[in-house]
Write a protein that binds this ligand. Structure first.
Ligand code: ZN
Length: 176
């Protein structure tokens, strides 16, 4: 029998060391920057001060990358440790992003007609979707508007209205 190592298992191996790894990465970068040759200018106080500032900015910018990775690992670890029912409830920024990218054109049931660069159709919420003149528009930036008073929004607003659900449920409906 083979044991497959899953993510939470892998992360558990680092559990006590995440912060150390993080510090080690940061220290290493600091050390490398400190080892850089001095600027080829006269070493007065002003130059030292400027150089120190440059180094600080660089350290900050470079350490931000491993720090982001560590934060990602930590948040994933937190997620893995959550009870199943809480996990199911949770949505992430990535879920929201993915939900917003779902094309309204695909969500729309029925026919859309291209008129002067915009897609027009019958508003799904007017007269049971049977209105005579099209008042529903899908814009190029994946947003919709209804010119008969239903408002406007993105794919998440569309699904909230279509399915009669709240924001979180709309994200789930669009991503799961
Ligand atoms: Zn409408």
């Amino acid at each position: 029998m083979t044991t497959k190592l899953n993510l939470s298992g892998a992360l558990a191996m680092f559990e006590d060391h995440l912060n150390e790894i993080c510090e080690a990465l940061a220290t290493n970068i600091t050390a490398q920057l400190e080892a850089l040759p001095p600027l080829p200018v006269t070493d007065d106080e002003y130059v030292t001060w400027v150089w120190a500032g440059v180094r600080e900015i660089e350290v900050e910018q470079i350490t931000e990358i491993p720090l982001q990775v560590i934060r990602r690992i930590q948040s994933r670890r937190y997620y893995e440790s959550m009870p199943h029912h809480e996990k199911k409830e949770r949505i992430t920024d990535e879920d929201i992003q993915r939900a917003k990218e779902v094309s309204i054109e695909e969500l729309y049931e029925g026919q859309l007609k291209l008129v002067s660069g915009k897609l027009w159709g019958k508003c799904p919420w007017h007269a049971g979707g049977q209105e005579r003149t099209a008042s529903f528009v899908v814009h190029k930036d994946n947003r919709w508007s209804c010119f008969s008073g239903c408002g406007h929004g993105d794919s998440l607003d569309f699904v909230q209205r279509r399915d009669g659900v709240n924001f979180i449920q709309a994200v789930k409906n669009l991503t799961r």
